[in-house]
Design a protein around this ligand. Structure first.
Ligand SMILES: [Zn+2]
Length: 425
């Protein structure tokens, strides 16, 4: 291990990081206690003002870009593209204290460590709190990171909430200059890499007693709708062989989705999360069912195959019952590749920091999913107690936060050294 990393790691103050997490958690929307802090509300803006002060104390030069993202800059020793580290501090309704916040505040602690040690990275460093990562009332998400990737287009900005306010107006209200949103676009090549620490939001790290997970890709998500049309009929007088029971066929389809996920042993997950039954009465054989399901995997070929098998099972279940089954694709979100150089630097950094480390996919989307369109990305996960997230009991211990933050620090230093060496070779 290099001496500089040892020195830097000893300067990382887990207590200071924890105090920041507790302080940030006090910024709460009054109508949804205890830990909700939705994007574009007044409390969110107060929290970002507080965060901006923490960034400046850490020696970062701060600014807000045209999409409202809060950016803290620290110069490097060489004229190289940026290393960017961050996440988000907005939350869903009914959230916990760690989703997004850990990634941003660990990055601020890293800036403090670099500042007080005088250690200069070769690359300039940016610490970023991306605007509005969570799904918002306008029906979009990842507002700040989409803007960087040039994907915050006019259609998204024109989306309105139930009161008729547009996303553009909401972003603008926070002092951002949405008229000039194109200026927040980052060119391909302007970022050497983007790295994000986030809580796992699942049970794997805690169950297997790992300190950190190095993410080896963000899964693709396919959502499929199924419409099953049979025949409503009298529940007492229609014999079973004469029925065209749409719900009985739909039930086999639900089990086919579960079967695919069970067979895949962790490589794929599937859920039927929505069902609509007509006429939905206890004394009528169901004549019509609409289902929506999703399947997630890192492996696109596996996704294709699973959906093909689920659709075949659904058609067969329908054919056996005289039920017509039609599928349509609701959405296809491609998987996101992490960059092998970033992944290996994060792995080696985590090991240097003394963390018990594993590699794992991210089963959910993050700001990194957007930034991957313009730059090499990598992510680290910290454990989530009981896998709970988007919940007031979301919990990562002070020690786990500090371990993950140290792994992030070491990973960044390793990445900085390696990428800088590549440019001189
Ligand atoms: Zn998050």
């Amino acid at each position: 291990m290099s001496d500089s990393i040892v020195d830097l790691l000893s300067g990382f103050d887990g207590g200071r990081l924890w105090a920041d997490l507790e302080q940030l958690a006090t910024f709460q929307d009054a109508d949804a206690p205890p830990f909700t802090r939705r994007a574009f509300g007044p409390v969110y803006e107060q929290a970002r003002s507080w965060l901006r002060e923490r960034m400046e104390e850490a020696g970062l030069a701060t600014r807000r870009d045209a999409a409202g993202s809060l950016i803290g800059h620290r110069p490097g020793t060489r004229d190289l593209p940026l290393l960017v580290v961050g996440s988000h501090i907005d939350t869903v309704h009914g959230a916990g204290r760690f989703d997004g916040a850990l990634g941003v505040l660990a990055a601020v602690e890293i800036a403090r460590v670099l500042g007080s040690s005088g250690h200069r990275l070769s690359h300039p460093l940016e610490v970023v709190d991306f605007t509005g990562e969570e799904p918002n009332r306008f029906g979009s998400s990842c507002v700040g990171s989409r803007a960087w990737a040039g994907r915050l287009d006019a259609r998204l900005l024109a989306l309105t909430d139930e009161r008729g306010e547009s996303l553009a107006q909401a972003v603008g209200r926070a002092g951002a200059d949405i008229e000039r949103v194109s200026e927040s676009v980052r060119d391909v090549g302007s970022l050497a890499a983007y790295v994000e620490l986030h809580i796992e939001q699942g049970p794997v790290l805690e169950t297997d007693e790992f300190d950190v997970g190095v993410v080896n890709g963000i899964v693709g998500i396919r959502r499929i709708g199924a419409r099953l049309s049979g025949q409503p009929s009298h529940a007492g007088t229609t014999p079973i062989p004469r029925r065209r029971d749409a719900l009985a066929a739909a039930s086999e389809l639900v089990l086919a989705v579960e079967h695919e996920a069970r067979q895949a042993e962790g490589e794929l997950i599937g859920t039927v999360g929505r069902a609509l039954v007509e006429p939905n009465a206890p004394n009528v054989v169901p004549g019509f069912v609409e289902l929506a399901f999703e399947v997630r995997s890192l492996d696109e070929a596996r996704l294709d195959l699973a959906i093909q098998r689920i659709e075949t099972a659904g058609k067969e279940a329908g054919a056996a019952r005289g039920v017509d089954v039609v599928f349509d694709v609701l959405s296809e979100l491609p998987g996101v590749a992490t960059d092998p150089r970033v992944v290996s630097a994060l792995e080696d950094g985590a090991i240097e920091a003394g963390s018990r480390t594993t590699t794992m996919p991210s089963w959910g989307g993050h700001d990194a999913s957007q930034i991957a369109h313009i730059a090499p990305v990598g992510m680290l996960f910290a454990p989530s107690r009981d896998g709970l997230s988007h919940h007031r009991d979301e919990w990562t211990t002070p020690e786990q936060c500090a371990n993950a933050g140290r792994a992030l620090l070491a990973g960044l230093v390793v990445l900085d050294e390696r990428l800088a060496a590549d440019t001189t070779a």
